[in-house]
Write a protein that binds this ligand. Structure first.
Ligand code: ADP
Length: 478
């Protein structure tokens, strides 16, 4: 089966969060299963672009409203990532340093989608599945099915959209309708949700199959999906929750080049201690105390706004018998609060504001606990990375966190779970962490147990494959 993944992110080319990790790994594992999976994404000005060799694979020109744009598709020459990687170069729109956050993001990603569909339309053969990821690719199923210039060749190609995060939907005003190549106006309802063009909603309506990144998140979306609840309810027949996996080759404490001391099942305790020492020296933290880390976007979804109060209350409440290290960026006020606290608790607290891949790996390896109080967590990869590195996850019971972490009070448990994204629940859970840290035998048991859990893509990649043929059968039967 030939599968084309279309995404705004793909690790190690460009990553802002979990989407990049998933699109970077899933195709590799699908190829291992004997399929042909490829990735197409925008060409940003990233290190990966300059460090690798590229061949021109295609060129074209299209309109975005009244504005004509040229695009070039380049292909990575050596199959370095274990799958064919194509980048879409659109001069002046996509070739920027950051992935998101520009005023013209709507124009950038709409042009990207038009270029991808135009390119696919010119292929001599057709792929079996076009697999879209999140709102930046949400208009593709509509374009393939209903735009006059594409539907003849592409309407019969199966489409899947994976919702990694329903909070961001890519809303655009009707004044931008002419960005989308000509289509029958009767189909306008397939673009619309609550009086705007809503690319994510359009993807959900038009794709043959909709997946989200955990079963619990799929259930939760019918109650809370930033306005799309009824749509998820209406389309539930074609929705499936498939838990993300982790790339067990990239995230392996035995071989990870980012960490100072490699370790495996046999020397978990020594390995973690050596890595903790590196962190404690670098960030002036007391190595004798349990080290709790947070890694992630400092936004409301991750409950970052209650981190400062929770840390403050925990350090005071536990007579400074606990240490915290934070890595993240996001809400400027939270960044300011977290930075301000550094001088208040020397030896117990530190924070790095920004994005740092290497440091994140060192933190997974050196920490005793990883805190994730998320209000919304579609799947969450951090807790799975933590488990792979034998770091006890302290998580709120929501979405994928609920599906992957078993509380230490339950049979075969290895984590700490709580119910509310509140300072009270966090302090209570940190109390449990501090207590278990004192019981070395229990802690080592939990560490061994969680490291043995297989969260790799081997399992989930097959589940995606199982979803695809159903679509093909449906199409053939129609
Ligand atoms: P998200 O909602 O942000 O996609 P996930 O848990 O699915 O959350 O994925 C987060 C990914 O991003 C993980 O690989 C995590 O290590 C990484 N990450 C998040 N923030 C940072 C940061 N500031 N520095 C380095 N890596 C980060």
């Amino acid at each position: 089966m030939e599968i084309i993944h279309v995404s705004a992110e793909c690790y190690p080319v460009a990553k802002a969060g979990g989407l990049g990790d998933v699109v970077g790994a899933l195709p590799k594992y699908q190829n291992k299963l004997g399929h042909v999976a490829k990735v197409v994404m925008p060409m940003y000005r990233t290190k990966f672009l300059y460090d690798n060799l590229w061949d021109v694979h295609g060129k074209g020109a299209r309109y975005l409203g009244d504005r004509q744009f040229d695009y070039t598709i380049i292909k990575e020459r050596t199959n370095k990532l274990g799958y064919d990687l194509y980048l879409v170069d659109i001069n002046g729109l996509l070739d920027r340093e950051k992935i998101y956050g520009y005023e013209d993001d709507v124009e950038r990603f709409t042009a990207f989608q038009v270029a991808v569909v135009d390119w696919l339309n010119k292929w001599q053969h057709k792929p079996d599945v076009v697999h879209c990821h999140d709102s930046h690719t949400g208009l593709i199923p509509f374009m393939m099915k209903y735009c006059y210039s594409f539907s003849y060749a592409l309407a019969s190609v199966a489409t899947v959209i994976t919702v990694h995060n329903a909070e961001y939907q890519g809303w655009m005003g009707w004044n931008k309708k002419n960005y989308i190549p000509h289509f029958d106006d009767w189909k306008i309802g397939m673009l619309e949700w609550q009086n705007t063009i809503n690319p994510l909603a359009s993807g959900i309506k038009c794709a043959d199959k909709v997946t989200t990144v955990s079963r619990s998140y799929m259930d939760e979306l019918r109650q809370s999906a930033n306005g799309l609840e009824n749509l998820f309810e209406y389309e539930r027949g074609k929705c499936v929750g498939i838990l993300n996996g982790i790339d067990a080759e990239v995230w392996n404490p035995a071989t990870d080049h980012y960490i100072e001391h490699n370790y495996s099942f046999e020397d978990i305790k020594e390995g973690k201690e050596a890595n903790k020492q590196v962190l404690c020296e670098q960030f002036n933290l007391d190595i004798t105390k349990p080290l709790i880390v947070f890694i992630g976007r400092l936004v409301g979804e991750k409950a970052a706004d209650i981190l400062p109060d929770s840390i403050l209350a925990s350090v005071y409440g536990m007579q400074a018998n606990v240490c915290f290290l934070i890595l993240g960026s996001g809400d400027p006020h939270v960044e300011w609060q977290l930075t301000n606290m550094i001088n208040h608790f020397p030896g117990n607290y530190n924070a790095v504001i920004g994005y740092n891949e290497k440091l994140s790996h060192q933190m997974y390896a050196g920490a005793d606990f990883l805190l994730m109080p998320s209000r919304v967590e579609p799947c969450g990869l951090n807790q799975m990375y933590a488990m792979r590195y034998s770091t006890v996850p302290i998580v709120r019971s929501t979405g994928g966190l609920k599906d992957t972490v078993i509380d230490m009070g339950d049979e075969d448990g290895y984590g700490i779970r709580f119910n509310h994204a509140s300072v009270g629940d966090i302090i209570y859970s940190i109390g449990r962490a501090v207590n278990v840290y004192k019981e070395d035998e229990t802690l080592q048991q939990m560490r061994t147990r969680m490291m043995a859990v297989d969260n790799s893509w081997d399992n989930s990649a097959q589940q995606y494959i199982d979803v695809y043929p159903i679509i093909n059968n449906q199409l053939t039967n129609d």
